[in-house]
Design a protein around this ligand. Structure first.
Ligand code: ATP
Length: 319
């Protein structure tokens, strides 16, 4: 009988539990033994692996975080270290592994696939920065968390006639800042994929103030600069009362939205289906609302791109 293991790795994301549940339930439905690897690749190396039953994934579809825990394991780039993990799977007769995580986690999965464990990647990250899928699990929840925060900040920004600078997650990817900026009606969105001209931002704020605008909201992705740096840069050009807000790890928590739960359920089950069909070395995704698979090689071919049309629209709507 085929045996499958599943782990979550890298930064946690709301919906990882729903994906984990789908992998376990779909496997059991198909008559496959399924194992949970706790604490990501670290747990794989440390042999923290447990056989799972239906009840092990009960009452988790609505929970944020990951019941399997996540960990960073920098040593996993070493072939000897990976071999320990492979041995731990093989001694149980497990030949396949579903990795729920971001692109770093996919790199580990790609290596394992080359080294004899069949792997499928499931995109679990709030960053929405993975090629081969229109949306990653956790993005929609994080987006709604940020939009909620922006709405609250907007209330106080208006009351006090202030410029608020809101720093959101996104070291290399601006999707969260861009989508939250559009949904929250931000005047300015600063993302790593586009150059940031603070002088022109300052000029636009000044023009707005001169025509009686009561507040201004700037959303800056952490990869561009910090909120306080952004405030400092702005004050070089205009005399403006700014307040900075760093949303931080609250963006990673909370119960997953309905969209994230459905996405996670579809992708987790699809990962198992592909393994049953003999496909491995691929990541699953959703493209044009259809399930899709992309080889890890193709996923890594180029950096994820933002939606240029949406970025243009954000500027058109914030004049
Ligand atoms: P997020 O995007 O949310 O940060 P991620 O999956 O990209 O998630 P990383 O910390 O980059 O998070 O990677 C998770 C783990 O994947 C690492 O701790 C390491 O164990 C493994 N990993 C990353 N890169 C490689 C690599 N080149 N070879 C083998 N394993 C890797």
């Amino acid at each position: 009988m085929k045996k499958i293991a599943v782990l979550t790795s890298g930064g946690d994301a709301p919906g990882m539990n729903a994906a984990f549940r789908a992998v376990v339930r779909k496997s059991i439905y198909e008559g496959i033994e399924v194992y949970g690897v706790y604490q990501g690749y670290q747990g794989l190396v440390n042999d923290n692996i447990k056989k799972l039953e239906l009840g092990d994934v009960g009452d988790i579809i609505q929970r944020g975080g990951t019941k399997l825990y996540s960990a960073r394991c920098p040593e996993f780039i070493e072939p000897d270290v990976r071999q320990e993990g492979i041995d731990n799977l093989k001694k149980r007769g497990i030949d396949s592994l579903v990795v729920i995580g971001g692109d770093g986690s996919y790199r580990g999965a790609q290596r394992l696939n080359e080294e004899g464990i069949k792997t499928i990647g499931v995109p679990g990250t709030i960053d929405n920065d993975i090629n081969g899928t229109d949306f990653t699990i956790g993005f929609d929840t994080a987006l709604n968390t940020v939009v909620d925060a922006v709405d609250r900040i907007r209330d106080t920004a208006t009351s006090h006639e202030r410029t608020f600078i809101i720093e959101v997650m996104g070291r290399d990817a601006g999707d969260l800042a861009l989508w939250a900026g559009v949904a929250g009606g931000a005047e300015t969105i600063l993302i790593p994929e586009a150059s940031s001209d603070i002088k022109s931002v300052a000029e636009r704020i000044e023009t707005g103030m001169n025509r009686g605008k009561k507040h201004s909201i700037i959303i800056v992705a952490e990869g561009v600069m910090s909120a306080s740096e952004c405030g400092g840069e702005l004050r070089k050009y205009i005399n403006v009362d700014t307040r900075e807000s760093v949303l931080g790890h609250m963006q990673r928590g909370g119960k997953p939205t309905g969209n994230d739960r459905v996405l996670a359920s579809r992708l987790g089950a699809y990962a198992v289906e592909l393994l049953l069909e003999g496909v491995s070395g691929h990541a699953v995704g959703i493209e044009n609302n259809s399930l899709s698979k992309t080889s890890f090689d193709k996923v890594f071919e180029e950096h994820h791109k933002i939606d240029e049309g949406l970025f243009r629209l954000s500027k058109e709507l914030s004049i």
